[in-house]
Design a protein around this ligand. Structure first.
Ligand SMILES: [Fe+2]
Length: 442
């Protein structure tokens, strides 16, 4: 599989079977090379400043408009109704979400989408949703595009072969990909497959600013990979189905050909993928903690300075060397909402109960932190340099919006861990009013 590298770059790509398919010197010639149609895909308002202006030109066998009318179809478990159930400020944790068995029911990527939580408003382009995908079959003569926002896809079990209008991407667990608003894609899977999706409405993901860190560090722009042009000139007599998520509802339209008929493209509005192993981790090398924002891979900014609609944050393998410090995450209450998932391994602050393919939600101002066992161990541990989180990858979708959990999340999924609160129950007072330093010099 071939890729172009570089986050947000202006790229050009031609399927090698049609050399010279990209028009030279203009976007929209009277007749395109190879008699292709030109079509622009706009990812930003025409008038956005140059730094945020996104669009690509696609040169295709037939334009996207060649389809029958869209009709409403079954929603499955996708929702943007944030009032399905009453709000719940408790710490929530889900066991690994169950993947349907292929022998019992065929479920593809789209029919396997389940909305877990979210907030905001699709029509005003402000908000987000967290979805879980649970599937066992490839999409057959079927593609999907989202009119509402961008999908940041985090596969947890099983690789995804994703066909897009821009070319093909293979995305393995411990890699992520972003399919931006309007881009048509189809997902092949090879086993019972599970993962997480962060959907943001009306904004695109960016690399975070680095401030005093300087020009390098965290996710490097060159490690983001973009597919290269690939087309199929394939008629589908029985009809190819285009599924559209529009204002939170699903619609389907039939067309006679594969939508992956783009022979060449150029622009800066593309899908892309990133391997989390490439993240350059920054951490305290003296004492105390930096805030977890040092682990931000991508951010979808709101209009308020420094406040994100959503950040995608990871907790990769790294060294822990801080001296005179309680090294696990601190106890805290946060004005932001924190959804966490686990791709593999275990999470240092809770070694049991938070499992790969599960999740947790700590809502705005809801207290949380290490479980009692973690506190007891870490407050007594000898502070030698040590590897942390080897073989694991936990991540967080952190949002400035206050998230509502769906009925599927709280009830239908049957995965909510009713005993989560108990992990903090054994926390006991260690207060020694008559002795300031009973255990050490800290
Ligand atoms: Fe937190």
């Amino acid at each position: 599989m071939q890729y172009i590298s570089g986050f947000g770059n202006e790229c050009t790509s031609e399927d090698p079977r049609c050399p010279g398919s990209l028009p030279k010197g203009k976007n929209n010639p009277q007749v395109c090379p190879y008699n292709l149609y030109a079509e622009q895909l706009s990812g930003s308002a025409f008038t956005c400043p140059r730094s945020t202006n996104k669009r690509s030109w696609l040169y295709r066998i037939l334009p996207s408009v060649s389809h029958k009318p869209f009709e409403s179809v079954d929603q499955g478990h996708i929702t943007h109704n944030w009032d399905e159930v009453d709000p719940d400020p408790n710490q929530l944790r889900w066991k690994s979400f169950e993947i349907p068995k292929a022998s019992q029911k065929t479920v593809d990527f789209v029919s396997g989408l389940h909305t877990l939580c979210g907030a905001g408003d699709i029509r005003s382009n402000n908000g987000l949703a967290v979805h879980i995908f649970l599937c066992n079959s490839s999409m057959e003569n079927k593609c999907f595009y989202n009119s509402d926002g961008d999908f940041l896809i985090v596969p947890q079990k099983g690789k995804l072969l994703i066909y897009t209008e821009f070319g093909k991407m293979c995305v393995q667990p411990n890699e992520i990909c972003v399919i931006q608003r309007g881009m048509r894609f189809s997902v092949d899977v090879f086993e019972e497959t599970r993962g997480y999706i962060l959907e943001v409405y009306g904004v695109h993901f960016e690399l975070p600013d680095l401030g005093p860190i300087g020009a390098n560090g965290l996710a490097s722009p060159r490690d983001f990979l973009i597919p290269v042009a690939w087309y199929e000139d394939r008629q589908v007599p029985s009809g190819y189905t285009v599924i559209n998520k529009y204002q939170g509802k699903l619609f389907a339209a039939k067309q006679a050909v594969s939508p992956f008929n783009v022979v060449a493209w150029h622009g800066n509005y593309t899908p892309y993928k990133y391997n989390l192993e490439n993240f350059m981790v920054i951490n305290s090398v003296a004492f105390d903690h930096a805030d977890p924002s040092i682990f931000t891979v991508l951010t979808a900014k709101s209009l308020r300075l420094g406040v994100a609609i959503a950040d995608f944050v990871i907790f990769p393998p790294r060294w822990g060397v801080a001296e005179k410090t309680f090294r696990p995450p601190y106890y805290h209450r946060n004005c932001m909402s924190e959804f966490m998932g686990l791709i593999k391994g275990y999470y240092e602050a809770k070694e049991g109960g938070f499992l790969p393919g599960g999740g947790s939600l700590h809502s705005a101002m809801t207290p949380h932190g290490p479980d009692a066992d973690c506190y007891e161990k870490a407050s007594k541990a000898k502070l030698a340099p040590e590897r942390i989180a080897d073989g694991t990858m936990a991540f967080m979708f952190e949002s400035s919006l206050s998230l509502a959990v769906t009925k599927w999340g709280l009830k239908t999924s049957c995965c909510l861990d009713e005993n989560y609160y108990k992990c903090w129950e054994p926390l006991k007072s260690h207060f020694t009013p008559n002795s300031r330093n009973p255990t050490g010099p800290n």
